[in-house]
Design a protein. Structure first.
Length: 323
């Protein structure tokens, strides 16, 4: 059934019809939806096009404050690279928790391969968040996404099957226990590849989403962003994050990925259930995102094995076009 939200059913493969809708003015908010296609060329003769869709408005964001971003860190030599960007981010009090605290810097975890547990609160895990289409509240999130490094400092990454046919998407980085410690970030544009648009190609099951600033702060300035890694080896020690739709904290598992086929990687990590689709595969050695839960079987038909489309020139071009 795939790894998307339990509220969704696995869709049969079908072409996607592109359409445009006129913007409608509303008092205090504007909702716009439209489509623009741009063709990209992949060396393997697969083509990509960006679907640029303005997505409807969401609840007002929670105020956010942040320390100034720091330069990218040098990867550490052992179990994991320290993520680039802010290492101690001032966590703004949300409307629900009223707290202000510092996020601990990333430290390579004690690695027990193939074991899933709660993700620690640190500067890497807060870049991972939950996607919502309604109120930011327990039980309302449906997929996972993460902040990626980009020139505009405003992009997140998830699985394409998470956002197909969905509007009014809100991203909450560092979501825990019903709180939005860094605020709610409205998705304004969705970029997917041509192979996904025209046949739900599992080898292109990834999507880049642009988000609007919150209180004039760009999301990467708030929590930092992980770089995208392309053409990485299929056998890589990886940290896998995700939000199960039956839990209110992210889970984390470290294991070595393997080849499922030419354009798909797999990882064996237990208890990655519905809702974890879109969760990032983070290369333990470099800190780069080299995949998202999706692809084959829309991420996997069992909770113990997850898949990702292989990240190559296609995803790199998609990120460049969104930037």
């Amino acid at each position: 059934m795939g790894r998307h939200s339990k509220q969704r059913k696995r869709r049969s493969l079908r072409p996607v019809v592109l359409s445009s809708v006129l913007a409608v003015g509303v008092v205090g908010a504007i909702t716009a939806a439209g489509v623009l296609s741009v063709h990209l060329r992949d060396p393997r003769q697969r083509t990509s096009a960006d679907t640029v869709a303005a997505v409807g408005s969401a609840p007002a964001p929670v105020p956010v404050t942040s320390a100034a971003p720091s330069p990218s860190a040098t990867p550490s030599a052992s179990t994991g690279a320290e993520p680039p960007g802010p290492q101690n981010v001032a966590q703004a009090g949300s409307a629900t928790d009223g707290l202000t605290r510092q996020v601990p810097p990333f430290a390579p975890p004690d690695v027990k391969l193939g074991v899933t547990g709660a993700a620690p609160l640190n500067s890497e895990s807060v870049r991972v968040g939950a996607l919502f289409t309604g109120d930011v509240a327990p039980g309302n999130h449906f997929c996972t996404a993460s902040v990626i490094d980009s020139p505009g400092r405003n992009l997140i990454l998830t699985a394409a099957h998470c956002v197909s046919g969905v509007s009014s998407i809100v991203f909450v980085p560092g979501y825990r226990d019903g709180t939005a410690p860094f605020g709610s970030w409205q998705v304004t544009k969705v970029y997917t590849a041509d192979g996904w648009q025209n046949g739900d190609d599992p080898d292109e099951d990834f999507a880049v989403l642009a988000v609007a600033p919150t209180n004039n702060l760009r999301i990467e300035d708030a929590v930092g962003g992980n770089p995208i890694g392309v053409n990485a080896a299929l056998t890589v020690q990886t940290r896998l994050y995700g939000y199960s739709d039956s839990a209110e904290k992210p889970v984390l598992c470290t294991n070595v990925t393997s080849r499922e086929d030419t354009f798909q990687r797999r990882i064996d990590c237990p208890s990655f259930s519905n809702g974890t689709s879109g969760g990032p595969f983070v290369d333990s050695a470099t800190g780069e995102v080299i995949g998202v839960i999706g692809g084959y079987q829309q991420g996997g038909d069992t909770e113990d094995t997850s898949y990702s489309a292989y990240f190559d020139h296609t995803v790199a071009d998609l990120v460049a076009r969104a930037s």
